[in-house]
Design a protein around this ligand. Structure first.
Ligand SMILES: [Zn+2]
Length: 180
């Protein structure tokens, strides 16, 4: 339905906004479905907890994410002259289906991407940390094997790029390694 983050933790979309501020769940033939019964709009015939709000009553759009995040409002205005995307206002004729325009949809997508940017960046840290830990385990194993094969702490330290003393301090207690 919308945009999905790399880790699938976030799914976002451009939601339509009802006059009372509710955000659309999905669409039906008669209009958009909004969760909750206020009595101001006709109830949906099949979903008991939803009301149907006609397209002409949609007051704007905003980003929404499964995690609970919401973007700033993009207001629907009723005349072309009042439309001004730099002020988050877009004109949509009342008789049109209340989809966000391509520009507004793109802008909301950008807002959502900014919302997930920290978690996307942390995925890179996670991947690097995993490799780092795996490399650490491999280093321990190869040092143990080198020691068992008769290499000195000096040889091992040189291979790692540290001093004999540092190599000894780091691995002397490792199971299988001999004292210096
Ligand atoms: Zn999110």
């Amino acid at each position: 339905m919308g945009w999905i983050s790399t880790d699938s933790e976030h799914e976002g979309w451009a939601a339509r906004v009802a006059p009372d501020g509710r955000l659309s769940a999905s669409s039906t033939a008669g209009g958009m479905l909004f969760k909750g019964i206020t009595g101001h709009f006709p109830p949906d015939k099949t979903l008991p907890d939803y009301e149907v709000i006609p397209d002409r009553q949609i007051i704007g759009w905003r980003g929404q994410c499964e995690c609970g995040w919401q973007g700033e409002m993009w207001e629907r205005v009723t005349s072309a002259e009042a439309g001004d995307l730099s002020r988050r206002r877009d004109y949509l004729p009342p008789e049109e289906p209340a989809y966000a325009s391509g520009e507004v949809e793109d802008a909301i997508h950008e807002e959502w991407k900014a919302h997930i940017a920290p978690s996307e960046a942390v995925l890179g840290v996670e991947a690097a940390a995993r490799e780092y830990n795996q490399a650490g385990h491999r280093l321990d194993k190869t040092v143990a094997a080198a020691k068992a094969a008769g290499a000195s702490w000096t040889d091992i330290g040189r291979a790692v790029g540290i001093s004999r003393q540092s190599a000894h301090e780091r691995w002397a207690d490792m199971p299988g390694s001999e004292p210096a």
